[in-house]
Design a protein around this ligand. Structure first.
Ligand code: DAH
Length: 337
């Protein structure tokens, strides 16, 4: 029996490469190196071979054995590695879902409130957080030395006001300065909502924060009455707090409106506080001095304005007892909304 050693070597190489799994590779090993495989068969044939044949056949069988062993070992290592890799990346294991971020409750509340007014025809405007004394006070009929300024305690900045000698810029203490800015930029009739952050140097506690949010409203037209203001705010409260909300207008004083009022509500959505009246906003008819500061001719326009604290409203609506929870960024609090 003669063997074509070179042909067998080529076959060993291609068989080993063709084996795509460890099982297929084991079959190749048995084919060549197993007890009934080709190499033992070649060795067995040596006994009946002539001395010259013995020599070349013996060498050939040995070469094939060495080659097959080396090739199979190498292939086995490669196949085991990729099997391990496949194990490491078991795509059937459920993944660890990343927590999705959510919008902050204050942001949501601002949007909800703005949406109510947008649906009634108001447009959203924004004013700067860094303001001048003119817009924050003087234009709103709050004279520089007037005690009513005390209730709008203010953070002053180191920066000088480029428009007023000797005066400093400040962080707005309410959104009302936006009223004058909007009136200067646009001509009536107008109905705007101005949401934003405001700052006051209050000591922080459960109901005070040095930064909070307000939403300002302003409507200017030829014939506007307090009844229009009442109607609008009543519609807002019903829409936002529910039809069963009870509200009242209580006379108040603001330098930039005359007459002025505060709105309280009493609603059964406030657990444990049923029956208690809670103030939610200030409002009134735009003071002639404010129109004057905006550059409007005296007596031509009428308007009303209102301003509400967003944190306050969110706390009332969701039963939140401490204003600090809005800025502590505790995910357990934030993700409830
Ligand atoms: N700016 C007032 C404050 O911060 C709130 C306010 C009251 C706004 C009456 C108004 C208004 O527009 O008419 O306390």
């Amino acid at each position: 029996m003669t063997w074509d050693i070179e042909k067998i070597k080529t076959e060993v190489l291609s068989d080993v490469q063709a084996a795509g799994t460890l099982e297929a590779l084991e079959a190749v090993r048995l084919k060549y190196l197993g007890k009934k495989g080709l190499v033992p068969e070649m060795y067995a044939g040596l006994g009946s071979a002539s001395p010259e044949e013995k020599k070349s056949l013996g060498k050939g069988a040995n070469d094939i054995k060495v080659l097959a062993e080396a090739q199979i070992a190498e292939r086995k290592a490669a196949l085991s590695l990729s099997a391990k890799k496949a194990d490491a990346l078991d795509v059937t294991i459920p993944g660890v879902a990343r927590g999705l971020g959510s919008r902050h409750l204050i942001d949501q509340t601002v949007e909800e409130i703005c949406d109510v007014f947008k649906n009634m025809g108001f447009v959203i405007q924004h004013g700067p957080e860094i303001e001048s004394e003119f817009y924050n006070f003087s234009a709103l009929n709050i004279p520089l030395d007037h005690p009513s300024r005390d209730s709008f305690d203010t953070f002053y900045l180191d920066a000088k006001d480029p428009a007023a000698a000797g005066r400093h810029l400040l962080l707005r203490s309410h959104t009302s300065p936006g009223q004058v800015r909007v009136m200067q930029k646009h001509t009536p009739p107008m109905a705007v909502i101005i949401p934003g952050k405001v700052y006051r140097p209050d000591a922080v506690d459960a109901s005070h924060s040095f930064m909070f949010h307000q939403i300002e409203g302003l409507l200017v037209d030829k014939n506007v009455t307090f009844a229009d203001l009442k109607g609008l705010l009543t519609a807002f409260c019903k829409k936002y707090f529910g039809d069963d909300v009870k509200m009242r207008f209580r006379p108040h004083f603001f330098p930039f409106t005359e007459p002025s009022a505060e709105v309280d509500i009493q609603s059964n959505i406030f657990k444990g506080r049923a029956g208690k009246w809670l103030e939610i906003l200030g409002c009134g008819m735009v003071h002639p001095k404010v129109f004057e500061a905006a550059g409007y001719p005296a007596g031509e326009q009428m308007g009303f304005a209102f301003g509400m604290g967003v944190e306050r409203i969110a706390m009332l609506k969701h039963g939140i007892g401490d204003i600090r929870t809005f800025v502590e960024n505790d995910v357990r609090f934030l993700k409830q909304f």
